[in-house]
Design a protein around this ligand. Structure first.
Ligand code: SF4
Length: 419
């Protein structure tokens, strides 16, 4: 029968979970595997043992923000130190941005730490210290909390029946249901959210979501998934397709048997049998990172006890690496000759410190490349030893002399540590 006007066409069967008994089996298999194999992680322990809902939500929230774009192994140590220093929202709300940046240094994407602290302040001052109790309210009321983080906090801390979609979930679901359309497109992402919400276990939503992400992180990994050990392999259409091929010789444009299917691989990039299950997911062309170059100078003096000290200055409070400390630096044009670059840096140092700095005094040390999420940054590193005692004008941008040890304990980026 014809559908009423305006009704979206139902999705082709190969791309959805429509059989309730299959959904039930998938939930059971995944949860049983999770109970057996889950990694022991400090935030999981807290979420399982903390009786106070606000503290539980806070503990999960911190872990989720730290885990964005950062490996679990790196996060554990940061997480433990953070929770020790600021075990509650109230404690975090009273921290200074400097302390937050110092603890965050090395985790990357520094604005995440800053936003977390701002949001904690908001919960304490505007919401009487009570965390919003649903995914919808968490997303609406807390700055820096998007749909994924809200769903994770609400399902893990409060048991709200709501799915989550992150990079791991995208990969698993696209493989389970042979979704080969661009997985970063809004239409596909919407479908995946619907699927995650339909699949999530009704009585253990937090565990189910963590299990799905854990599966993506440890079994259904990007390059060489361990399909033989996968607890949901019997529900996986990518694996079935790899093992048994297509049932009948249908042209690739009709991958799932429906011409122009919005979820199949595009006709221009059909299924490639040499890739097997890693045909899924597909991503649209990645944006090339911007290329940038910065001249930076390590100014060194003898400190009062004879140990070398280095000058660091604070970056502006907004923009990239906001509020972090660095060696005095100057962005330079890509094509600028070395000599000109050195002169520009010398002028900058002179204007900024008020001392006479000659370009010839700057010693070229080498180049350091650091990839930020969207910037391919090259630091051209110079050094300048200074004789005698130099004091800086406090009216200039915030700056301080630090020993090597103090430098490492300061809120400096990983890029500056490389420098
Ligand atoms: Fe991923 Fe393989 Fe499991 Fe399918 S069978 S979900 S591709 S690990």
């Amino acid at each position: 029968a014809a559908l009423p006007a305006g009704t979206p066409a139902p999705l082709p069967a190969p791309h959805v979970f429509s059989d309730p008994s299959e959904i039930g089996a998938l939930r059971r298999n995944l949860l049983a595997w999770y109970d057996r194999c889950k990694r022991d992680l400090p935030w999981r322990t807290l979420a399982a043992t903390e009786p106070d809902a606000d503290r539980r939500a806070y503990a999960v929230w911190v872990s989720e923000i730290m885990l964005q774009q950062t490996q679990v192994a790196t996060v554990i140590d940061y997480y433990n130190r953070w929770m020790q220093k600021w075990p509650t929202l109230q404690a975090l709300a009273q921290a200074s941005l400097e302390e937050v940046n110092e603890l965050w240094a090395g985790l990357g994407y520094y604005s995440r730490g800053k936003r977390l602290q701002e949001a904690a302040k908001k919960v304490v001052s505007e919401l009487a210290g009570r965390m919003p109790r649903t995914a919808e309210d968490l997303q609406k009321l807390l700055p820096g909390v998007g749909r994924y983080t809200a769903g994770a906090i609400a399902s893990i801390s409060y048991g709200q029946v709501t799915g989550v979609v992150d990079g791991n979930v995208i990969r698993v679901l696209c493989r389970l249901r042979c979704i080969g359309a661009d997985s970063s497109s809004p239409a596909v992402i919407d479908q995946l959210w619907d699927m995650a919400n339909a699949l999530v276990d009704r009585s253990r939503p937090g565990d189910f979501n963590q299990a799905l992400m854990e599966l993506g992180a440890t079994v259904c990994v990007p390059k060489a998934p361990l399909c033989g050990e996968c607890p949901v392999k019997q529900h996986c259409r990518a694996r079935r397709r790899k093992l048994f091929g297509k049932p009948t010789p249908v042209p690739d444009v009709e991958d799932c048997g429906v011409g122009g299917c919005p979820l199949c691989p595009p006709a221009t990039e059909p299924w490639d049998s040499s890739l097997g299950v890693t045909n899924f997911p597909r991503k649209g062309a990645k944006k090339q990172p911007r290329v940038a170059r910065t001249a930076t100078c390590v100014l060194e003096r003898r400190g009062c006890h004879g140990a070398p000290e280095y000058l660091i200055v604070q970056r502006p409070s907004s923009g990239l690496l906001a509020g972090l400390w660095e060696f005095p630096s100057l962005p330079v044009d890509q094509g600028l000759q070395e000599e000109k670059q050195r002169e520009a840096l010398a002028d900058h140092l002179q204007a900024w410190t008020g001392w006479p700095v000659v370009a010839g005094g700057l010693r070229f040390v080498g180049e350091v490349v650091h990839i930020f999420s969207h910037i391919h940054q090259t630091y051209v590193v110079y050094s300048l030893p200074l004789d005698g005692d130099v004091t800086l004008d406090p009216a200039l941008s915030p700056s301080r002399w630090v020993t090597e040890e103090e430098f490492h304990a300061s809120a400096v980026s990983t890029a500056m540590k490389k420098v």
